[in-house]
Design a protein around this ligand. Structure first.
Ligand code: URP
Ligand code: ZN
Ligand code: ZN
Length: 479
């Protein structure tokens, strides 16, 4: 009689804390045994020469998100989670966008309908709060946090999304009272509008002026303000997609003061620069994202943030638009000014190889920090741990077999997303996922999708242990 459904044998397991030779016994989608000579199984996977890692968790992706009139995001739940699986991810956390005047429940109903039956890996949603009315903050949000929607993002920029400082405070206060975690997109909207108007008046409308419209002080100021607002309300915050040293130093200073401020950075801030936006004609549009990629010194700062723990999560901010498409980067209005080029770039499949190659292989971070930054810390931060994000008895068998020796030149055809390009075309990486397993089932192997659409399930999350619920505000700053 076989003991296990599946046995992964002969590999080197790495978690956020340890690396060890060990076999893994799996039953009913869960890890049930770790050890040597575990016995028989229906299926044996030979992991000799491979690293056996917790499946990647990407806690910052955008799928099927409404993106403005005439613009269509390149990935829906099927193509986005397919590409995630190919890239070694087993869970992704996309954003459910509340539009102005819309209730959060309506937004969620629509978004769940889009995901239902479509996913190849597991998913769970963050909310985006764009209309923090009294009804939303007083009634809907507390109920939704109790239902497992335990994190939400607020924007300090973008038409239709940017919140005033007062609104930010109200949202943060609700987060504090309910024990939810607030994610902040920190860029100063007025400063961007002012700079954009000036650039356009000077005829500077090509894609690379996008970077000039959102220079580092725009991000630094908003980061400082977001942290100050969170301090006033006494609530933990995650500053997402940090691109440079000055914003990093704001976060570090807050952490040193003992504030619960966390940071995230992304592959584009490690391997792209503003020079990439200078492509001929409209090619630079392929790299338009916000905050924009900066310079080599900013890349070094982001590495420092990852090495020193100022940044605890490394996410893709996968926000794909097709390039050669009137509903994508080359939307008719986008050709007239960078202002109208949809912001965001694809990256869910390339996140792990880029960090492994540039980080672990080049000696900037060790393997255990790689696991923490790509899986474990995401699960811990967003209320999925220990079900997800680690290799331990009782955890879901969400596992990636990783070939640390394989060298691959990234080309778009490898990635199986819905876009028509990758900003990392031609980048050579060492280290590549060769098998992705979600809850005991292989969903991708050797670059082929073998999973079933609809197998990926929706995950209801616990509250983040980083957030805390302590009722009415107890901050020294509030009455
Ligand atoms: O340019 C970006 N990052 N677009 C995605 C939306 C966001 O702000 O995360
Ligand atoms: Zn953002
Ligand atoms: Zn994003």
């Amino acid at each position: 009689m076989p003991t296990f459904d599946t046995l992964i044998r002969g590999g080197t397991v790495a978690t956020a804390s340890d690396t060890f030779a060990c076999d893994i016994g799996i039953c009913d989608g869960r890890i049930v045994a770790l050890g040597q000579d575990l016995g028989a199984a229906d299926t044996v996977i030979d992991a000799t020469g491979k690293l056996v890692l917790p499946g990647g968790i990407d806690s910052h992706v955008h799928l099927s998100q409404p993106s403005g009139e005439g613009i269509v995001m390149a990935d829906n739940f099927a193509s986005g989670t397919r590409s995630a699986a190919i890239g070694g991810n087993t869970t992704v956390l996309p954003f459910c966008l509340q539009e102005k005047g819309q209730s959060l429940r309506e937004a969620l109903k629509r978004y769940h309908a889009l995901a239902e039956g479509e996913c190849y890996v597991d998913v769970s949603f963050h909310l985006i709060i764009a209309d923090p009315s009294e009804q939303v903050l007083g009634q809907e949000l507390p109920a939704l946090v109790a239902d497992g929607y335990t994190s939400f993002k607020v924007f300090m920029t973008y038409e239709g999304l940017a919140l005033s400082d007062r609104e930010m405070l109200e949202v943060m206060d609700t987060a504090r009272e309910t024990g939810a975690l607030v994610m902040v997109h920190a860029e100063n909207y007025d400063a961007i509008r002012f700079l954009t108007d000036r650039l356009e008046r000077a005829g500077k409308t090509a894609p690379h002026f996008h970077g000039r419209s959102r220079p580092i002080p725009v991000e630094r100021e908003a980061t400082h303000r977001a942290i100050s607002l969170a301090e006033l309300v006494d609530v933990p915050v995650m500053i997402v997609h940090v691109s440079n040293r000055e914003a990093l130093e704001e976060i570090r200073r807050a952490q040193q003061k003992g504030l619960k401020v966390y940071g995230e950075t992304c592959p584009q801030y490690l391997v792209l620069t503003e020079r990439d936006l200078e492509g001929l004609n409209m090619e630079g549009a392929k790299y338009v994202c916000s905050p924009p990629p900066r310079d080599k010194a900013s890349q070094e700062a982001c590495w420092e943030g990852l090495q020193q723990g100022v940044f605890s999560v490394f996410s893709s901010d996968h926000c794909p638009f097709r390039y050669d498409d009137p509903q994508g980067k080359l939307a008719p209005k986008g050709r007239t000014s960078f202002r109208w080029v949809p912001n965001g770039i694809p990256g869910v499949a390339t996140r792990l190889p880029i960090l492994f190659s540039e980080g672990v292989v080049k000696g900037r971070i060790d393997l255990n920090r790689f696991v923490a930054l790509t899986a474990t810390n995401h699960a811990r931060t967003y209320g999925l741990y220990p079900r997800k994000g680690t290799i331990a008895v009782g955890s879901d068998a969400d596992i990636v077999l990783w070939d640390p020796e394989r060298t691959v030149t990234i080309t778009h055809d490898l990635l199986q997303d819905g876009s028509d390009y990758t900003p990392y075309q031609g980048l050579e990486v060492t280290g590549w996922p060769v098998l992705t397993m979600v809850r005991g089932r292989v969903v991708a192997q050797e670059g082929e999708l073998v999973g079933e659409k609809g197998y990926g399930t929706y995950l209801t999350r616990e509250k983040s242990p980083l957030a805390r619920s302590s009722g009415p505000s107890a901050s020294a700053f509030t009455a």
